[in-house]
Design a protein around this ligand. Structure first.
Ligand SMILES: Nc1ncnc2c1ncn2[C@@H]1O[C@H](COP(=O)(O)OP(=O)(O)O)[C@@H](O)[C@H]1O
Ligand SMILES: [Mg+2]
Length: 240
């Protein structure tokens, strides 16, 4: 797969550090603790599965790591930088260039073709031909070379999710965050998608965090973090 710039420059440190992070939602009458107290360190290039029952705080955690949401306590460091010290502009640069997002619902634009969807994160930057070539290379690598001009409605769920994954990779992110990317897929397709995410991590040294509720699929990953009631319940590491 592609050669990422950071393969050369990236050190051996923690790309993600979650330090005693909590998130409490407050309304006038209620207080709800979505994440109680979580500390996690992820090294560059690791592929991690995040498991836990519905409502345990997985999405809230991933959104905070992706800087889409901010903690009400604790600290998150991305590549050594405390993200709470960054301006909105700096945060959007991080979100666009360092982090790729994949969601359960694919979030493809229905009137754009697969390759146009992939190019969405780069269209403002020029260099059109080069980006298009890279988009085509990536689409071919996930088996969609022949479907680049298809609209999302002409693709299966698994194909749409592969387009969404390629879109998340187009800017060569160091981190790929996927929140239940197989939630709408059958088990065989889910297996393919999680294998693809793991392969991306191994081949490009991309750090991958995937939320899944399927323990069997999670076993594809070297490291599994179980979340319960907004805390880390247990962690399983497979020795390589
Ligand atoms: N914006 C919000 N306002 C209030 N409560 C929220 C909000 N977002 C999430 N929650 C609550 O926080 C808890 C954790 O949610 P979430 O992180 O989505 O869990 P999971 O992804 O593990 O299912 C849930 O009980 C949810 O209802
Ligand atoms: Mg969730």
């Amino acid at each position: 797969m592609y050669i990422a710039d950071h393969m050369i420059s990236e050190g051996k440190g923690n790309i993600i550090e979650v330090d005693h992070v909590g998130k409490t939602y407050r309304s006038r009458e209620n207080e709800y603790i979505a994440v109680k107290d979580i500390s996690i360190k992820v090294r560059a290039g690791e592929a991690v599965a995040v498991l836990g029952p519905s409502g345990s705080g997985k999405t809230t955690l991933l959104d905070m790591i992706g800087t889409l949401d901010s903690p009400t306590k604790g600290m998150i460091l991305i590549d050594g930088v405390d993200v709470s010290t960054l301006s909105d502009d700096q945060l959007s640069v991080i979100r666009n260039e360092k982090i790729g997002f994949v969601f359960q619902s694919y979030n493809l634009v229905p009137y754009l073709s697969a390759v146009e969807n992939v190019l969405l994160p780069v269209t403002v930057k020029g260099n059109g031909e080069e980006h298009r070539e890279r988009a085509m290379v990536l689409l071919r690598e996930v088996g969609l070379g022949g479907k680049a001009e298809k609209k999302p409605t002409e693709l299966s769920g698994g194909e749409q999710q592969r387009v969404a994954i390629v879109r998340a990779l187009i800017n060569k992110p160091q981190i790929l965050l996927a929140d239940e990317p197989t939630g709408n897929l059958d088990s065989k397709t889910s297996d393919e998608i999680l294998n693809l995410l793991r392969r991306i991590s191994k081949e490009n040294n991309t750090t991958v965090l995937v939320v899944t509720h399927d323990p069997e699929l999670a076993s594809l990953f070297d490291r599994r973090i179980y979340i319960r009631d907004g805390m880390v319940e247990k962690e399983i590491r497979v020795k390589k």
